[in-house]
Design a protein around this ligand. Structure first.
Ligand SMILES: *[C@@H]1O[C@H](CO)[C@@H](O)[C@H](O)[C@H]1NC(C)=O
Ligand SMILES: *[C@@H]1O[C@H](CO)[C@@H](O)[C@H](O)[C@H]1NC(C)=O
Ligand SMILES: *[C@@H]1O[C@H](CO)[C@@H](O)[C@H](O)[C@H]1NC(C)=O
Ligand SMILES: *[C@@H]1O[C@H](CO)[C@@H](O)[C@H](O)[C@H]1NC(C)=O
Ligand SMILES: *[C@@H]1O[C@H](CO)[C@@H](O)[C@H](O)[C@H]1NC(C)=O
Ligand SMILES: *[C@@H]1O[C@H](CO)[C@@H](O)[C@H](O)[C@H]1NC(C)=O
Length: 317
């Protein structure tokens, strides 16, 4: 099962074949594989999760959650320009320049604020690739580069990683295991990133709540109408409108009215949120930059760098 929940999208045929091939090739010895999670375990709790940030609406989402006594979980990328460009935000908000990667002054500050508000921060890889397209070395970069940024900025090491598109194969799980990650999927997809109107997403919430089948809900913080909105939604030059433009306030109200406590992923799993938690770091202009943007193969991420974080007494800030 690659995709969990309503949002399962059809994999292109070529990719499906590649997945089968990779799975078969890698399945020979009993290599350890990362754990997969798509549901919470503590009854009565739901984790609202937000992918693809830290983006422009993160603070709005954070504040809205807090105002309703809720906590969220943010699966963030180090540099997700491409995904942001593809997302359905008004065209005038689409400039995520290189400087606006996770080390960007405003972006890093936004992330620290969200973290300090008590929300949970997890990894969504550095640049949001489909991990099933990558070899082990490129996956290492995607995992380590983002972990390095999260440690630099927040002083955390997260044990949780959500594979972009919910896409993974055996190799992904083996590499994730090597990075000490648990792969986190979802059991309810609001479909906000694949064209659902707010009203449609609200209907999905109602159905999943009626079925008691939502414990980890997927949203995207790059979707303005998930956070709030007064704009029409734009997808491929088509204006999509809906009666009420905010998904999140409605989703929170529906879940809370049904008696759910909206907590972090760690809380609803009853596990620690972080492996390391040293507190936010100080900006260092020589290392807090995105000059070695991945385009994956050209990245200069040093190998084994995270091990040095675990073992070294000196923090690289
Ligand atoms: C979203 O957050 C920004 C920055 O905090 C704020 O200026 C703006 O008013 C907020 N928008 C809404 C609709 O809450
Ligand atoms: C985005 O970039 C384009 C081209 O550089 C520029 O014309 C436009 O004003 C920018 N938009 C914003 C919101 O910064
Ligand atoms: C790996 O992650 C688990 C939590 O998932 C944590 O308990 C453990 O300490 C981590 N191991 C290392 C070497 O960081
Ligand atoms: C809810 O349960 C019904 C009956 O089992 C099923 O047909 C439907 O697909 C479920 N819907 C959701 C959103 O889980
Ligand atoms: C969305 O739902 C609201 C409330 O039920 C309704 O008033 C509005 O007309 C709906 N919008 C669309 C486009 O269906
Ligand atoms: C910034 O990082 C560089 C490279 O790791 C290091 O040599 C330098 O001492 C750091 N500067 C500060 C102010 O921490």
């Amino acid at each position: 099962m690659l995709h969990i929940g309503r949002g399962a999208f059809a994999l292109p045929l070529a990719l499906s074949i590649a997945l089968v091939a990779a799975g078969a090739a890698a399945s020979t010895p009993k290599s350890p594989r990362a754990e997969l999670i798509s549901s919470c375990t503590v009854p009565g709790m739901v984790a609202l999760t937000f992918d693809d940030g830290p983006y422009l609406y993160e603070t709005n989402i954070s504040q809205l959650l807090l105002s309703k006594g809720a906590k969220g979980t943010f699966f963030v990328n180090g540099n997700n320009c491409k995904s942001s460009l593809l997302s359905m935000v008004p065209i005038t908000h689409q400039n995520n320049s290189k400087d606006e990667c996770i080390y960007g002054t405003k972006v890093a500050a936004r992330l620290v604020e969200t973290y300090q508000a008590g929300h949970q921060i997890c990894s969504h890889t550095w640049s949001h690739p489909d991990l099933t397209d990558l070899d082990e070395a490129d996956m290492d970069v995607e995992f380590s580069r983002n972990d390095e940024a999260l440690y630099d900025i927040l002083g955390i090491v997260t044990p949780y990683l959500r594979p972009p598109y919910g896409s993974y194969n055996t190799l992904t799980r083996m590499v994730a295991y090597n990075h000490n990650k648990t792969l986190v999927l979802w059991d309810m997809d609001s479909e906000d990133s694949i064209g659902a109107t707010v009203n449609q997403s609200v209907e999905y919430y109602k159905e999943f709540i009626a079925n008691q089948s939502v414990t980890i809900a997927l949203q995207h913080e790059t979707i303005k109408t998930t956070a709030y909105g007064h704009y029409p939604r734009i997808l491929q030059n088509t204006i999509l409108t809906s009666g009420r433009f905010e998904l999140l306030p409605q989703a929170i109200d529906l879940l809370q009215a049904a008696g759910y406590k909206l907590v972090t992923l760690a809380e609803c799993l009853d596990r620690p949120a972080y492996t390391v938690e040293d507190g936010p770091g100080q900006r260092n202009a020589s290392t807090w930059n995105c000059h070695d943007l991945p385009s994956s193969s050209s990245s200069t991420m040093p190998t084994g760098s995270l091990n040095s974080y675990y073992s070294s007494a000196t923090r690289r800030k």
